[in-house]
Design a binder for this molecule. Structure first.
Ligand SMILES: [Mn+2]
Length: 377
C-alpha cells in the first residue's frame, strides 16, 4: 500500500503582490500532480492549506478542479482536511475543499472523522486553534480508540507540535496517542520526518517558498511531497522533490567589494531562465541611500523581487524593496510618506503591524493593535 502525503500548497497566494509569484505557486502544484500520477499511489493524503485563503481566486479553484478530476480519472482518491488558511472559523460554513467531493476528494471532518481505505484507517481533524485544544485532544483520543480495530492506521492533522515549533504550538508531542502507523501532518512548512510510537510522523512542508525562513530547510531537504509505503513494519517515507519555479539568491556583500560582487551577481543571473528573487545583506561603513540606489539601478531589471538588509557599522537597519506588478514601490517608504512627520505615531504603529503580519505573528499583531487603540479611549 503506497500513498502520497502532500500539504501546504497555499494556492492563490500572491507573494509580495506579484502575479508572477501567484503563478509560481500554481506551476509547482501542477508539477506535483504530474508526479503523483506518474507514481501511481493508492491514494493521496492532503493535510491542509491547499489554498492560501478560505475564498480562493477562481484560477486557484479551477486549477484544483482540473488536477483532482485528473486524479479521479486515474482512480486515485484524495483524503483531505482544511488547514488554518483555508478554514472558515464560523458556524454553518464550508471549507473550499468541499467543492471537490465530486472529483474524488473525501473530506475528513465532523461528519466523517475517518475513512477506511482497503483496510487502512485514515482519521483526522480539520485545523483547530489552540483555544480549543481540549476538544482537539478529545477528537484525537477518539480516533486513537477507533483505529485499534485496523491493522494499519493514519492520523491526519494540520497543527504545530511543541517538539518542532516550540514557540507557537497547539499540541504537545505527548498529546498524540502512540498507536498510529503514520502521522500525516501539515502546518509547519519545513520538511520533518521523525520516529514516533510504533510508526513515523511527517511534515512534507510547503510546496513553494511561502516565507523566506523556509529557504534553509529547502536547501537542505528540498521541497515537494512524500511517498509513503505502509507495507513494512515501519512506514518507508521517501521525499519526492519538485523543482522550484525560480531561483532565490542570498548574498552577503562587504561594502569594500561591493562593485565586483554586484557584477558577479549580474553575470550569474544572466544564465537563469527566470528572474530570480534576491536577498542581499550589505555590510560595512557606507551611505545607505547611495548603495540602495546603486542596487536598484543595477539589479531591478534582472530580478523579480529584491530585499536588502543594511548592516551598517553603527546602526543595523532593514531596508525592503518591493517591486510590484505596476512598478517600483517600497511599502514601508509609502507608509512613512503617507503619515509624514506630524503623524509619526501612526506610521510607527503601521510599520510594526506590517512587520508582525508579514511574519505571520497574528497574536502579537492583535496585542499591538489593542494597545494602540487603548490610547484613544
Ligand atoms: Mn501552511
Amino acid at each position: 500500500m503506497r500513498f502520497v502525503h502532500i500539504s501546504d500548497n497555499h494556492l492563490g497566494f500572491r507573494q509580495f503582490g506579484l502575479f508572477e509569484r501567484e503563478n509560481d505557486f500554481y506551476d509547482v502544484f501542477d508539477r506535483a500532480v504530474e508526479e503523483i500520477i506518474e507514481e501511481r499511489p493508492d491514494f493521496v493524503i492532503h493535510s491542509g492549506d491547499l489554498f492560501e485563503a478560505s475564498r480562493p481566486p477562481t484560477r486557484a479553484l479551477l486549477l484544483v478542479q482540473r488536477s483532482f478530476s485528473r486524479l479521479k480519472d486515474e482512480n486515485i482518491p484524495i483524503y483531505a482536511i482544511p488547514g488554518n488558511h483555508d478554514t472558515i472559523m464560523r458556524k454553518n460554513t464550508y471549507p473550499p475543499q468541499i467543492l471537490y467531493e465530486m472529483f474524488g476528494l473525501k473530506l475528513i471532518g465532523q461528519k466523517n472523522p475517518f475513512y477506511v481505505h482497503d483496510g487502512v484507517f485514515i482519521g483526522g481533524s480539520p485545523y483547530i486553534s489552540k483555544y480549543y485544544s481540549k476538544s482537539l485532544k478529545e477528537r484525537i483520543k477518539f480516533l486513537g480508540e477507533r483505529s485499534k480495530d485496523y491493522d494499519k492506521s493514519i492520523l491526519v492533522l494540520h497543527q504545530a507540535i511543541d517538539k518542532y515549533l516550540p514557540y507557537e504550538f497547539e499540541l504537545k508531542i505527548g498529546d498524540l496517542p502512540r498507536c498510529f502507523d503514520y502521522y500525516a501532518l501539515g502546518h509547519i512548512h519545513n520538511r520533518i520526518i521523525d520516529d514516533f510510537g510504533r510508526g513515523r510522523l511527517a511534515y512534507p512542508g510547503s510546496t513553494e517558498i511561502w516565507r523566506i525562513d523556509e529557504l534553509k530547510n529547502y536547501r537542505k531537504k528540498g521541497k515537494g511531497f512524500y511517498l509513503v509505503d505502509l507495507d513494512g513494519d515501519l512506514p518507508d517515507v521517501q521525499g519526492v522533490n519538485l523543482e522550484m519555479s525560480r531561483d532565490v539568491i542570498e548574498r552577503n556583500i562587504e561594502f569594500s567589494e561591493f562593485e565586483e560582487k554586484i557584477e558577479k551577481l549580474k553575470r550569474s543571473i544572466e544564465e537563469m531562465e527566470r528572474l530570480p528573487m534576491l536577498y542581499l545583506t550589505v555590510k560595512g561603513d557606507f551611505e545607505r541611500s547611495f548603495v540602495h540606489k546603486k542596487l536598484i539601478d543595477s539589479l531591478s531589471n534582472i530580478s523579480l523581487h529584491i530585499r536588502v538588509n543594511y548592516d551598517l557599522e553603527d546602526d543595523i537597519e532593514g531596508g525592503e524593496y518591493y517591486k510590484s506588478s505596476e512598478g517600483s514601490l517600497s511599502i514601508k517608504d509609502m507608509i512613512k510618506m503617507y503619515y509624514g512627520e506630524e503623524k509619526k505615531e501612526y506610521s510607527t504603529f503601521a510599520l510594526s503591524l506590517f512587520d508582525l503580519l508579514s511574519s505571520n505573528k497574528i497574536e502579537d499583531a492583535e496585542e499591538l493593535t489593542e494597545k494602540f487603540y487603548e490610547g484613544f479611549k
